[in-house]
Design a protein around this ligand. Sequence first.
Ligand code: 2AM
Ligand code: CA
Ligand code: CA
Ligand code: CA
Length: 263
Amino acid sequence: MEITAIHEFTVKIIHEAGERIRQSLSEKLEIETKANANDLVTNIDRETELFFIEQIHAYDPAFKILGEEGMGEPLESLDGVVWIIDPIDGTMNFIRQHRNFAISIGIYVDGIGKLGYIYDVMRNDLYYAVEGQGAYMNDRQLERLQSLPLHEAIIGINATWVTPNRYIDHNKIIDLVHHVRGTRSYGSATLEIASVVCGRMDAYMSMRLSPWDIAGGAVIANEVGAIVSNLGNEAINLEEQDTFIIANPKIHKTIIEQYVHLK
Ligand code: 2AM
Ligand code: CA
Ligand code: CA
Ligand code: CA
């Protein structure tokens, strides 16, 4: 597989898709719900995924594609070259805020992450990595993450973590929130992951993410020394939904060992 050629091709189609999405903001969106009333999808999520599938299959029909909106063939395994795509991550932000959403792509070969992309569409910022060749935000190479104490950390969590919930003991999370320097919640998992790999935030966790939310980010994380796992400290699984954390190494260990008590 010609990694450099695929990388150049991917950057090109991400920028084209981003331009189409920006154009769509001046048109009326068709909005539907999926699993629940707050789980939204638009015609642009689907059209963007279809655009990627058409472009990728024109490039090489053997590439397999897993996309959130299910516009491709069902994926039977991670064997071969698999593109894992979230056409719009942060659909609610896309609809309501017209910002704070991203395109994310991870390209895996036999289950190993080779190329990862998170594109902040409205800021025109591309975060990416090629396995073994470092990670970048646009032209700037990202540095390996520096260690810092938990009381200086900014962590990404949303408000449901400090309310009673079925996944974790929320009282320990209240302790965590009191202990850290600050918390943030952006409403786009991939942009929160991008914040961690850049060192703007030191951890991000979610109670339920899907493969397309984390596939691109995990490749970038490896290149800067960020740790990704589920909240049980097991390797991420690209075939099903799971809990998720990405963090600076020491912060990852402290949060998992001292603050996350899974039910
Ligand atoms: P999405 O916008 O692509 O659906 C905010 O809730 C973050 O969690 C977004 O990155 C969103 O991705 C993701 N997410 C994952 N599963 C979700 C679900 N079932 N409902 C809403 N958001 C979900
Ligand atoms: Ca969605
Ligand atoms: Ca998503
Ligand atoms: Ca999405």
